[in-house]
Design a protein around this ligand. Structure first.
Ligand code: GDP
Ligand code: CA
Length: 313
């Protein structure tokens, strides 16, 4: 029996939504398709920021202040690496490094990424199934005025202070969906696009050949949650990217990106006035509180969406 809920997920916004969903339905009914376009090599180790955020959040160990990393982690190793001239712009906690060591070791032993991620979720005791979007490398590249930047250089080193001229996903054309990804889209009762950055979190997943088509053709109810509230993002560069790429900086701008891919679009009560324009795109609008600032709000959002989908809980 395949899982009933399939969630396309980036990092922080997605992990908050997944916490609410996992408090509302049995964990084994949830499959996450995780963005690996943000992956990078750090000090010789393979780091998957979005996948780790999702795993840590579901395991209840994510740092609540940052939304990434492990709660209470220390940074002795990245400090000590300074002596040898390592750059400090990308930070990774000591216990977080253990995850990277283990992941790297398994990858070097020839394990495909989906097995590595399954091992990590097992180690953290999760019943949620987390699938990387692909076992093959796909890397998000930000095209700026001075040339291309790997995603983490844009995001962390340059703090998103670069004009985005374009975004591409290196390796995507040759990538195959990880085993289980297409089935999870086709066989779910509901496919949910988390309130993640549509360009650099959901975008890379949709760029894996076959994924967009499976989403377009699935009989599952398809829903997206706006990461933009009242014309602003809770965090991150999604608003800047909407503007830079010629889109309206609003929940409606996000809804336009998902036209034909979703049946229900969730927007915040602050954006209730946009609901008719969203519905004119050919999707139903659900207006509810979408700021997930507490466990209660996370749960309430998940419940509201399930009720709107009329999926029995
Ligand atoms: P990243 O990979 O860590 O940047 O995470 P995501 O792409 O999953 O999430 C970034 C997006 O999440 C941003 O556009 C935020 O606006 C959005 N986000 C974060 N928290 C919330 C929230 O509580 N509610 C909503 N609606 N969006 C959120
Ligand atoms: Ca990310």
């Amino acid at each position: 029996m395949s899982a009933m809920y399939t969630v396309l997920a980036g990092g922080v916004g997605a992990s908050r939504f997944l916490q609410g969903l996992a408090m509302t339905v049995p964990q084994h009914e949830v499959t996450v398709i995780s963005n690996t376009g943000d992956d990078l090599e750090f000090a010789g180790l393979h780091v998957s920021p979005d996948t780790d955020i999702v795993i840590y959040a579901l395991a209840g160990v994510v740092n609540p202040e940052t939304g990434w990393g492990l709660s209470g982690d220390t940074f002795a190793v990245v400090e000590a690496l300074q002596r040898f001239g390592y750059e400090r712009w990308f930070s990774l906690g000591d216990r977080d490094l253990a995850t990277a060591v283990h992941r790297t070791r398994l990858l070097r032993a020839g394990w495909p990424m989906h097995r590595v991620v399954a091992d990590l979720t097992r180690a953290w005791g999760l019943d949620v199934r987390v699938l990387p979007m692909s076992d093959d490398p796909v890397r998000t590249v930000i095209e700026g005025p001075e040339g291309d930047l790997p995603f983490q250089e844009y995001m962390v080193r340059r703090r998103t202070e670069v004009d985005v001229r374009g975004i591409r996903f290196a390796g995507a054309a040759a990538a195959r969906p990880a085993p289980g990804v297409l089935e999870a889209l086709r066989e779910a009762r509901a496919v949910i696009l988390a309130p993640s950055n549509p360009f650099v979190s959901i975008g890379p997943i949709l760029a894996v050949p076959g994924v967009r088509q499976a989403l377009a053709e699935t009989r599952a109810a398809r829903v997206a949650i706006s990461p933009v509230i009242a014309g602003q993002v809770v965090k991150g560069p999604a608003a800047k990217m909407l503007a830079a790429l010629g889109q309206e900086v609003s929940a409606l701008g996000v809804a336009r990106l998902y036209r034909g891919l979703v049946d229900l679009f969730v927007l915040d009560t602050a954006d209730a006035g946009l609901a008719p324009a969203v519905e004119a795109l050919g999707m139903r609008a659900l207006v509810t509180e979408t700021l997930m600032s507490s466990d209660e709000r996370k749960r309430a959002l998940a419940r509201a969406i399930l009720a709107a989908l009329e999926v029995p809980r």
